[in-house]
Design a protein around this ligand. Structure first.
Ligand code: PHE
Length: 457
């Protein structure tokens, strides 16, 4: 390993987060997103409730936290984008492929993430102007929205445009500034919704579905869903936390920041479930609606609820903020690569990548209408993008990152860098044990069995 070459690079001309709080909020903004507000509650609903929640929490503790520390450490050590970080730590090898896979995965995730984000913005608009009153055919309204041609494309463009503008403004003036403004709003909206949901008459049935586990129906698919959800939700396995970690200064307590980010993300997911599932039960709806839970079941729930118009607006506002602070982190992974490795200026990189991503996402906006005849293993285009990235690329990226840290860079080197600036939460033997033995083996098994189940139908 060429230490001197790398040390020359450290800190050279690279923008740093202006404060630890700024970094934690930005990283939490990346983590807390559609994964928490849209995906986690519906996966809990379709996977039988509390048993899924328990498996998810185990995945966060045993896989998510150790990999979070590893990625942030790789980023801070090298002060480079995902690709450059692997290249700098292992010159003359092919490990850079892991970083390259991450950059590519980020690009693909953002392309469809922005489409769903666009649905969220459209629904915020519709609830604001009162277009979804009581008595609406909510399933019909949602299907009508996503099968249309121009409307979803318009909102996809709006969402990607805002994301691009924030990234073009820079790390501190764009990402950090907007995270500091939006994250407190997100927390407040979520608390308001939880208080409303759990105090509805009849909320108890939803609370016990959510909190009383029944493991009898757990399958390999449940476990893969929980694991890939943990990676997706924590923005792991694709170099995002390497990139955000690369803007952290050497004195900062990285392990503590990682713990804050993981805890905030987990709380947000648990709260989102608590905001949604009790209300769904209380008003007599089904929790297993799948991806439509947010856009079909919930508008119906709000229409039945006293002051539902207000709570509907709060919910979709929350969804939009959460999606936006995550989308910017996805775009940053690609932009940081182009800035570091290709010498592009940030504005140009942001605008060109944002546009390319918008175009690449177009097939998924049309996948329910004009292109609905195209399917892959029984999935529509958006589910296909989602499945390939979340069930294959993220677990694979996380697996290779763990192997890299454990067996190439070495647990001693990782721990030394991770613990620089640490004030107590130091990385030690437990982390090394997890990253060497538990994480790689378990990810490999879960990933292969989940892929097998999908292909075997
Ligand atoms: N963590 C984000 C969410 O939960 C999605 C994301 C994945 C963002 C990977 C960045 C990287 O919605």
């Amino acid at each position: 390993m060429s230490e001197p070459k790398m040390d020359q690079r450290i800190g050279q001309g690279r923008e740093n987060w202006a404060s630890q709080v700024g970094f934690v909020l930005a990283a939490a903004g990346s983590a807390i997103g559609l994964g928490n507000i849209w995906r986690f509650p519906y996966l809990t609903g379709t996977n039988g409730g509390a048993a899924f929640v328990v498996i998810y929490l185990a995945a966060i503790i045993f896989f998510g936290y150790p990999i979070m520390i590893t990625e942030m450490t790789i980023g801070r050590k090298t002060q480079r984008n995902a690709y450059g970080a692997f290249a700098a730590l292992s010159p003359g090898t092919n490990w850079w492929l892991v970083g390259a896979l991450g950059v590519l995965t980020g690009f693909v995730i953002l392309s469809y993430y922005s489409v769903v984000g666009g649905w969220g913005v459209a629904y915020l608009f519709k609830t604001l102007v009162g277009m979804l009153p009581k008595g609406t055919d909510f399933a019909g309204a949602f299907v009508g929205h996503i099968t249309a041609t121009w409307e979803p494309i318009f909102w996809h463009a709006v969402f990607m445009g805002v994301t691009t503008a924030i990234i073009a403004a820079g790390v501190v003036k764009g990402i950090q500034r907007w995270s500091e403004i939006l994250m407190p709003m997100l927390a407040m909206s979520l608390i308001i919704l939880v208080l409303r949901s759990v105090t509805l008459p009849g909320a108890m049935a939803g609370i016990s579905f959510y909190l009383k586990p029944d493991f009898s129906n757990v399958t390999a698919k449940t476990v893969l869903d929980a694991l890939s959800q943990a990676f997706f939700s924590l923005s792991l396995g694709m170099g995002c936390m390497i990139t955000y970690g690369s803007y952290v200064s050497a004195e900062e307590d990285l392990t503590k920041s990682a713990l804050y980010v993981v805890s905030m993300d987990t709380m947000a997911a648990l709260f989102a479930g608590l905001a949604i599932l009790p209300a769904v039960f209380a008003l007599g709806f089904e929790p297993g609606a799948g991806a439509g839970l947010t856009f079909i079941t919930l508008p119906a729930v709000f229409a039945e609820m006293p002051l539902g118009g207000f709570f509907g607006v709060v919910f979709f506002f929350l969804l939009c903020i959460a999606a936006l602070t995550s989308a910017i982190s996805l775009l940053e992974v690609v932009v940081a690569y182009l800035v570091d490795e290709k010498g592009w200026n940030r504005q140009r990189a942001a605008i060109l990548t944002g546009t390319a991503c918008f175009l690449f996402g177009l097939p998924t906006t049309l996948g329910y209408g004009a292109l609905s005849h195209i399917t892959f293993l029984g999935m529509d285009l958006l589910d296909t993008y989602d499945w390939i990235t979340n069930s294959i690329c993220l677990p694979l990226g996380a697996l290779l990152t763990a192997i890299f840290a454990a067996y190439y860079w070495g647990t001693k080197n990782v721990a030394e860098e991770a613990n620089r600036g640490s004030t107590g939460m130091a990385v030690g033997a437990w982390w090394a044990f997890l990253i060497r033995y538990v994480v790689p083996v378990a990810i490999a098994i879960i990933m292969l069995s989940g892929i097998y189940q999908r292909i075997a139908g």
